[in-house]
Design a protein around this ligand. Structure first.
Ligand SMILES: [Zn+2]
Length: 351
């Protein structure tokens, strides 16, 4: 199926086709664009196409069946490298928020060896945003003098977030968010547990299919309802809400990265819920809003003032940034629920 599962980036598929057919492939590309928009998927397909042993080397379509294609897909191809976070330091079992120098050295050393299967080498480096000076420096020589027939693909969210030394050595490919109709079409190809959510997911995901599919989990919505109902109670049980929030986040798995991702998704829905409450407060219930949704946010709108909701929203946005900084998830969640409880219960005239 090759490129047929890559949606919304047809322009770049065509561009790479032209480049490959003219034999003008660069040695290093920097893919930038919002999370979940399909950059990694694109890089994987490109790697497969470049290493495929059945296609014509001037073509950009992987057969998907040869040994090479299967090995790339499985992540076990000897000429295909894929690194990124989370990275667990075996000496202290700690998850690190940087791409460590040891890992980069290992990548550079193996990348410099002769291609094992004779079609060149491809490396995909996720999380280029977290490439700090020292590991980046060890990587520069490989970027400057790449082994023949090798391609490095770095993936980050923004061009501004990259080190200038890296930026100047890579050809930049910008991945834009998908249009709403494209995103809607992708969602329609998936069996959503709750199809009535599709239109809301399209709005919430801001052009990112990865984010839309993550948000489609009905458990997230159930939990978000519990949280919003909790904040609508006359006396908010912050201890109980924080406890269930932590349990919900821990249910995502024992890896901190999975827990952080789930906490971030809940936050996104929480921000949306409180924004809806603000809308109801200022303009009354939207005619198009489902009755259950209005019933959920109305108690919040009734018990608060706009300035309180704005503070709630600000606190949620700050918490999103904390999650990115890898503070312990449980502590972040507990502090958030406590702060929101205080804001919502604060009498008029206090701040
Ligand atoms: Zn193949």
């Amino acid at each position: 199926m090759s490129w047929s599962h890559i949606h919304g980036h047809e322009r770049w598929v065509e561009w790479f086709r032209q480049v490959v057919s003219r034999g003008r492939l660069a040695h290093a590309y920097l893919f930038v664009g919002p999370a979940g928009v399909g950059k990694h998927r694109f890089a994987l397909e490109l790697a497969k196409a470049l290493l495929c042993e059945r296609n014509d080397p001037g073509q950009l379509d992987a057969c998907g069946q040869c040994e090479s294609c299967v090995l790339v897909q499985a992540g076990t191809h000897p000429d295909f490298f894929r690194i990124g976070k989370p990275w667990i330091d075996p000496t202290d079992n700690e998850e690190k928020n940087v791409l460590p120098i040891a890992l980069m050295r290992e990548l550079c050393a193996s990348f410099g060896l002769k291609s094992a299967r004779g079609r060149g080498k491809v490396a995909v480096l996720d999380d280029a945003d977290d490439l700090h000076d020292e590991p980046a420096n060890c990587f520069l020589k490989t970027l400057e003098e790449p082994p023949p027939r090798s391609v490095l693909i770095l993936i980050g969210t923004s061009l501004e977030g990259q080190l200038p030394t890296i930026r100047s050595r890579c050809q930049v490919i910008r991945f834009a968010p998908l249009r709403e109709d494209k995103l809607g079409a992708i969602l329609s190809q998936h069996e959503l547990a709750d199809p009535s959510l599709a239109a809301r997911l399209v709005k919430l995901a801001a052009g990112s299919p990865g984010q839309a599919l993550d948000l489609a989990d009905p458990q997230l919505w159930e939990f978000r309802n519990r949280l919003l109902q909790g904040f609508g109670q006359p006396k908010i049980d912050t201890v109980g809400l924080a406890k269930s929030f932590i349990e919900f986040v821990e249910d995502a798995g024992k890896e901190a990265v999975a827990q952080r991702r789930r906490a971030a998704l809940v936050l996104k829905l929480l921000i949306q819920g409180w924004s809806d409450a603000l809308y109801v407060q200022l303009a009354g219930p939207a005619a198009s809003a489902p009755a259950a949704e209005t019933a959920l946010v109305q108690p919040l709108a009734q018990r608060t003032r706009p300035d309180q909701i704005l503070r709630v929203l600000q606190r949620c946005v700050e918490t999103e940034a904390h999650l990115d900084r890898y503070v312990q998830v449980g502590l972040v969640v507990e502090a958030l629920v406590d702060a929101l409880g205080q804001i919502v219960e604060s009498p008029a005239g206090t701040s």
